[in-house]
Design a protein around this ligand. Structure first.
Ligand code: NAD
Length: 362
């Protein structure tokens, strides 16, 4: 049983990021960069979203000295090498990362080497902008770590920029963010502040995701709510440790090349059902956030994700049934803390259900 009495015995470390939130806030980019003393800014994006750094460059004027649009999923070190070479050739003193977790991840890979400050302008709900966590892929192996140098110094959340996020991407990105808040509620090093943020973040995201297909004014307000929830849940991810769900998704993404946000969406109800007997208080908080009984939390998440068009099983993401055994072994191989001990048979059953898209159960 998870010892929730420890909620009156905790360590809280404030996260120093400077956050500007609201529609039109991208207009404050030049002021934000100037506040860091930036005179030569390199703008980063994925190849498909070069329009974003071009818009930022127009706002920055002469201090925008270059655009690197080679950000890629899972941050291959080759992309960091190329971007870093561009930064050095241009004598850059600040990075602006406009995009999702992949673009922000590239900026983090560069900051890890150079110490350059990052201004992040997130356009998905991944939450990476609020964390000191980086991931780098070398020779097909992704390693992650924590380093305060990679935590963005300023984050500009402008919901205007997520208006164009395709609905299917919005839904899985939103469930990725809900996963940060949900696991934060039973983190070994949880604290009351992060638990408050997690509950509010999950509530904002769950309501927002269901409003995305509403009338235009409803959908616009829903996107505001989703980005607000993403900020809160990203802060939780950056502040307390994650458990079974995030470890499983890391294993599945890295070993079977499964897409990040989609994998989170499929696995979350199953991981929560597994942990539920060990964390009744966290499930009660989640039930309050979703407005369902605590016992229905995994099913409510699963049914809502599917109703919103998200994939329901890992098989839809390209995983083979014969990989379930290997995934179980990899998940067991690296010991990590989880509120319910890892039991091989139950873990295998979890992964089998997640693969098939079967109802979440414990
Ligand atoms: P992503 O950044 O790969 O973006 C997915 C696609 O959507 C890209 O093609 C991108 O160009 C496009 N896109 C982004 N914003 C858009 C918009 N507003 N409109 C239209 N298209 C848009 O996806 P992601 O889920 O944000 O990030 C996933 C990556 O982030 C993974 O590598 C994951 O490991 C990492 N991540 C890291 C952390 C951390 O704390 N380090 C946290 C969460 C995720």
């Amino acid at each position: 049983m998870n010892d929730f009495a420890s909620d009156r015995n905790f360590l809280f470390q404030g996260f120093p990021a400077h956050v500007r939130f609201g529609r039109g806030k991208i207009g404050e980019l030049a002021e934000a960069c100037a506040s860091l003393g930036a005179k030569r800014v390199l703008l980063l994006s994925t190849p498909g979203r070069r329009d974003l750094p071009e818009r930022c460059a127009a706002l920055l004027g002469a201090s925008a000295v270059g655009i690197f649009d080679g950000a890629r999923m899972h941050v291959p070190v080759e992309s960091v090498d190329a971007a870093q070479a561009a930064a050095e050739a241009l004598s850059v003193d600040c990075l602006v990362a406009a995009g999702g977790g992949s673009t922000i991840g590239l900026a983090k890979g560069m900051a890890l080497r150079s110490g350059l400050p990052i201004v992040a302008i997130p356009t998905t709900y991944s939450g990476s902008e609020m964390t000191p966590i980086y991931g780098l892929t070398e020779n097909g192996i992704k390693r992650t770590g924590r380093d305060q140098r990679v935590a963005p110094r300023i984050v500009i959340y402008d919901p205007d920029l997520v208006d164009g996020l395709p609905p299917e991407t919005s839904v899985v990105s939103g469930f990725n963010a809900i996963a940060h808040g949900a696991e934060g509620l039973y983190a070994k090093d949880r604290n009351p502040i992060m638990s408050l943020l997690a509950e509010e973040g999950v509530r904002a995201l769950f309501g927002g995701l269901r409003g995305l297909s509403g009338q235009p004014d409803v959908a616009t307000a829903a996107r505001d709510d989703c980005l607000y929830g993403a900020w809160l849940c990203g802060t939780v991810l950056g502040s307390v440790g994650m458990s079974l769900h995030h470890k499983l998704c890391h294993t599945l993404g890295g070993s079977f090349d499964l897409p990040h946000a989609e994998t989170h969406t499929v696995v979350l109800p199953h991981a929560l059902a597994y942990n539920a007997p060990a964390v009744p208080e966290a499930m009660a908080v989640l039930g309050r956030a979703l407005d369902v009984p605590a016992s229905d939390v995994p099913q409510a998440l699963q049914q809502t994700a599917t109703a919103l068009g998200a994939p329901s099983g890992l098989r839809e993401l390209g995983m083979k049934e014969s990989d379930v055994d290997r995934a179980t072994q990899i998940a067991l191989a690296n010991a990590y803390w989880n509120p319910r001990p890892l039991e091989e048979g139950a873990l295998r059953a979890l992964l089998q259900r997640a693969w098939a898209g079967a109802p979440a159960a414990n």
